[in-house]
Design a protein around this ligand. Sequence first.
Ligand SMILES: NC(=O)c1ccc[n+]([C@@H]2O[C@H](COP(=O)([O-])OP(=O)(O)OC[C@H]3O[C@@H](n4cnc5c(N)ncnc54)[C@H](O)[C@@H]3O)[C@@H](O)[C@H]2O)c1
Ligand SMILES: [Zn+2]
Ligand SMILES: [Zn+2]
Length: 378
Amino acid sequence: MKAAVWVEPYKIVVEQRPVPKILHPCDVIMKVTTTAICGSDLHVYEGRLPVGSGLVMGHENMGIVEEVGAGVSMLKKGDRIVVPFNVSCGHCRNCNFGRTGYCTEVTEGYAGGAYGLGIGPYDGGQAQYLRVPWADFNALLLPPGKEHEDDFVLLSDIFPTGWHGLSLSGFQPGDTVAVWGAGPVGLMAAYSALLRGASSVYVVDRVSDRLAKAKKLGCIPVDFSKGDAVDQIIAQNGGMVDRAIDCVGFQAVSQDGKTERPNAIIDSLARVVRPCGGLGIPGVYTAFDPGAKDEAAAKGNILVPFGLMFGKGLTLGTGPCNVKQYNAQLRDLIISGRAKPSFVISKTVDIEETADAYEKFTKRVEGYTKVIIHPNGW
Ligand SMILES: NC(=O)c1ccc[n+]([C@@H]2O[C@H](COP(=O)([O-])OP(=O)(O)OC[C@H]3O[C@@H](n4cnc5c(N)ncnc54)[C@H](O)[C@@H]3O)[C@@H](O)[C@H]2O)c1
Ligand SMILES: [Zn+2]
Ligand SMILES: [Zn+2]
């Protein structure tokens, strides 16, 4: 089969790989109909996560069940499924509490596993086929056919993650919300805030086509290349906001876009939120950064204004999304027509064009906000 494989920083090649096999009775093999490229893939692409050469990329995957292990009882060949980016066992303590992003059975010495990110031994789905472990637990069943394909693929990660970011912040209907990052996750957080009844939603970025998407949704775009975003929001809002969401993470850039500033977003969030408000931080921070500029950042030790956060009594939630906590309801919002997250998709490419798409996405080239791939054609 064809698969997009990470070789070294800034090098992905599409090569022939054997079709994955059932390794455990609870596995299924899925024929991938649609997979997507994520901002999290860029951390791998750019050498900012400790990943070995040869990993098949891709954690946002959906498709058709091709082969079923002997221990699988709820899925059959031909079923249409979407798979959370988290690999989880379904029976450890964290899984039992719905914290499937922190499964203790899937990665040696770590809580959590994921396809194509080097978190556990799981190849990704930017390929024609994918092995799905503990498939009864992990697969979300979809209506048969081809309808809503572009919406459903986003249930693997970014729609639940945007929704999760908002939940982490302690959001309640009527709140004012500021979202940092108008990438796919930021746009999903903003969209979720609108669906859930926010009174105003500010979205901060410096990439104009992404800010334009936020504006089209009904959000207030804030271009931080034109001046401090916190000042701009407080001036427009007539004061601080109730909730702020970090959808950027440790690779945040400075106002001119030239320097990486890993603490920039948390610093802004702490300033923009009113006393007793809340911060949601789904943007990624890593404790193992092989490409960090200094020793502290390599361990994820970044300077944050904790005194300010204490003084304001802010609450904070962070971490990988537990996709299974949200994906069934979000699927049903899509089916009923009340949510259409596919507005974020800007480009569809063939699997052979994957390397080129990574290069353009990493440079935030216009038109490359969210790229999807159909590895078996469409
Ligand atoms: N917690 C989770 O489960 C989870 C899941 C998916 C993605 N993520 C993370 O979410 C983050 C966003 O990913 P994405 O897919 O949206 O892609 P992305 O990386 O393209 O989005 C980041 C956006 O932030 C903007 N940005 C950079 N510096 C900024 C600053 N100082 N202020 C405001 N905006 C700034 C960029 O221009 C870009 O548009 C990444 O860190 C990704 O790893 C987390
Ligand atoms: Zn993702
Ligand atoms: Zn588990």
